[in-house]
Every structure is written in C-alpha cells, then in structure tokens.
Design a protein around this ligand. Sequence first.
Ligand code: FAD
Length: 470
Amino acid sequence: MPSPPPLDRLAALLPPGRVLTDAESLAAFGRDWSEIHLPPPAAVVLPRAVAEVAAVVRFANEHRVPLVPSGGRTGMSGGAVASAGEVVVSLARLDRVLDFDPVDRTVRVEAGAVTRGVQEFAAARGLCFPIDFASSGSSQIGGNIATNAGGLKVIRHGTMRDRVAGLKVVTGRGDLLDLNRGLVKNATGYDLRHLFIGSEGTLGLIVEATLRLTAPPPPRGVLLLAVPALPHLLDLLCAFRAAVALSAFELFCDTSLRHVLAARRLERPLAAVSPFYALVEFDRPDGAAEDAALAVVERAVAAGWASDAVVAQDEADCRRLWLLRESIAESIAPEDPHKNDISVTVSRLPAFLAEVERVVRASYPDAPVLWYGHVGDGNLHLNVLRPEGLDPAEFARRCREVDERVFEVVAAHGGSVSAEHGVGLLKKDYLGYSRSAAEIAAMRGIKAVFDPNGILNPGKLFDTAEEEPT
Ligand SMILES: Cc1cc2nc3c(=O)[nH]c(=O)nc-3n(C[C@H](O)[C@H](O)[C@H](O)COP(=O)(O)OP(=O)(O)OC[C@H]3O[C@@H](n4cnc5c(N)ncnc54)[C@H](O)[C@@H]3O)c2cc1C
C-alpha cells in the first residue's frame, strides 16, 4: 500500500488555493466522459506557469507520487481519471494565447487553452483552426494533442498531428523540451514532438503548443443522403470525391438519428426512413460546385446508392443538418452506451463493416446497436445500448466478450482498436490487437526514457513491466 502523498509539501510549492482537496473538486476532476467511477484523486493541482508544472513534476519524482495530466476531461477512454488515487494536474489555468504570427500562420498557446477559444482567436484574424468536434467547447489543446484528436474535417485538415508545429513539454524526468519551434522543415534527427502527440499524458505534460492555422474555408455546401446499404458508402464517397472538394463525409444509422430527433425534438430531415445516412460537406465557392454535387446525387439515386437526399439551401440549413450528426454522442450519453471507436483503411471499410455487423448482430440480438462515424477517415463509432431489464454487470461482461470478437475482425483487417478516443484505461487490454509485441516493447522503452520513475499517468495506455499483474 503506497503511503499518502505529502500534500502539505505539494501545497507549499504553489501559491495558496492551487491544491484542491475538497470533495466536490476531487469528484469533478476524478472523472471524464468515459464515466468510469473510480476512487477520487488524492488532490488536484492547478499550476499557472511552466515553472510550477516543473516543480510539481520534481516533487512527484522525489516523493514517487503518481500524476494524472488533465485537460477538459472530454476523453472517452478514462485517460484523465485517477484510477488509483493519484494527484491530478489540471492545465486549465495555463490557458493564454501567447503569440500570433500572421506570416507563419501560427498561434502559440498554453496547453489549457480551450479548442473553441483557439478557433475564435483564429477566425478573428481571418484564419481558421480547423480541428473541430462536438466537445470543442470544453476540450483543451493539451488534451487534443495528447490524444491526437481528429474530428469532423480530418479528410481535409488531418488530425492534431498535422497542426502541431512546435511543442513544449515537461517530461516525466522534469526536463523542459522545446520541440521543433514552429519550423516547417527540420531534418535534424528524431522528431520527438511526434512521440508526445498521442502519448496520453504518459511521457510528459504538454505545457505549450504552436499550432498551424489555415486559410478560412470557402462557403460550404452540405447534403444528407439516405443510404440503403453499407457497401454503397464507398460508391458515394468515390463519386463525391471525384466531383467536388470534400471536407467531411460522415455516416450515421437510423437508430442514432432517432435518438437525436427525440433528444432535440426535431423533425425527420428526409421523408425516407433508411438504415443509414451519409452527411457530405463540400466547398461551394461557386454555383458550379453545387451543380457537380447535385449531379452526383442524381446519379446516386439512379444507381440505388441513395434512396433520398436533402440539400442545404443556406448556412442555417447546413448547421441544421450538421446538428443531426454532432448531437449523437450527447443524445445517447444518458443511456451510458458501450462504446467502440475503430478504424480501417477506407478501401476496406465495406468488407470490414459487413463482418463486424455479423458479429454484433449475432452477439447482441436484443440490444440496440448504433453506428456513426467519420467514414471518410475509415473511422466508425460502434455503440451498444443495454437492453431494458438486463443487469448492468452482465451487460458489461457480455460487451467485453463481444469486444474480443470485434477486435479480431479489426486485427484481421489491419485496423485500430482506438481511432481517435485513445487507449487510456478502457482499451489497454486490447492494444495487442493493433500493435505488435515488439511495438509495445518499444513504447515501454520510450516511456522509460522520458519517465523513468513511472510517475506520469501510470496504468494508462499499457502497464509498465512493474505494473503488470503477475
Ligand atoms: C461529445 C464528444 C465528441 C467527441 N468527438 C470527438 C471527435 O470527433 N474526434 C476526436 O478525436 N475526439 C472526440 N472526442 C473525444 C475528446 O473530446 C477528445 O479526445 C479531446 O481531444 C480530449 O481533450 P480533453 O482536453 O478533454 O482531454 P482529457 O479528456 O482531459 O484528457 C485526455 C488524455 O490526454 C491527457 N492530457 C490532457 N491534457 C494533457 C496535457 N496538457 N499534457 C499531457 N497529457 C494531457 C490526459 O491525461 C488523458 O490521457 C469527443 C468527446 C466528446 C465528449
């Protein structure tokens, strides 16, 4: 049993009021969107300067106190929860915009800057920070980087990895690394920046990032298609990609739609009820792009790839159609769904989906199953709702069993068991379906370099050799 951390010494490192131990704060900072309920953290620390972060890490090494980096806690894999009563380090007070460079088109921000705030900062300067998702109002830049978050426009703008031009981190050793410093070209050996992107707080605390902005997007067109069968998704994707500049190609099933319509009290967007819907967003700089998109719609209906379609007439319509997709996670959250976030290469999607569908339908004959996701990136969210009357513990046990079968299909297709939500606590037992033993050993080696005492987010992503159950 580890001895409790000397919180009085921790408190002495920071100005008063920056180490919280009240029950409300511990409960709030002890959970994320995964809704895993674990013992609360020992304390929550709120540093306001990089030097304070470094002091906390030095303290943690000296007293062997494990730390959990915490952003907006919108993560869905339990990465930011304190699974064993660790000290949570919240970056929320390190939230300033430090610098803007209109020539490089970069913005330098502290890690706790909220995604939506960075988007607004860029927009006010005639530019765009294009990483966007339903949790942008709460998620922080540090959390986005630590999970290599994607979002709704990945097919156009990539993931966080493509946006990070520079990174400052305090490693688990307590070293401050200033990585890449905004350079576009830098052929000087290992690009350590990329090790920290997606590292889920296991190697270092991200304290600052230089982010690449883009030109503001041209006016957009949005349309929604009713898709009778999954294999047609690829036909549609290829046809639209050939005709217009796509910025999103999203999928959701009718069960997802029904939840959104009920939660938001909305009308059905299309007369036809279809098992699946594709939401397509494209650049509409002029009438020609819209004509090209409409020609694809006509061809798709004639070919039977789509049974119905609605085209947004103006920006308000675009937002209304997007709301149907963006509200799904929140609409189903009250039912505490069992979630999977899986991906394969886009070309494999139809075969992969058909196989996973077979497994899922056979395994959950009585449970509502919801599909939605970013088809343009090969990324699907598979959600299963607990059937009425089924004991929650029994439901969780069955879900774990079925997950193994789903992940066997993922592995057979060379896919990922976590496309964008991270591994955290929830997916670490399944890492081997996506990463070889040699890769996991290399990851452990990298962890040992940056965090030799294992103080950063222990037990997340993978167990280190010492943590592994014998
Ligand atoms: C409604 C909803 C929709 C979502 N949609 C998407 C989507 O479309 N695409 C997508 O990719 N994700 C999505 N997510 C998941 C989530 O929002 C993102 O992963 C987000 O980037 C997490 O940021 P956060 O600040 O909330 O991080 P947290 O949840 O606080 O933390 C996530 C991980 O990062 C680590 N971490 C946090 N801050 C730091 C730091 N400064 N230094 C080091 N490690 C740190 C934590 O320890 C943890 O392991 C969605 C979530 C919700 C609730």
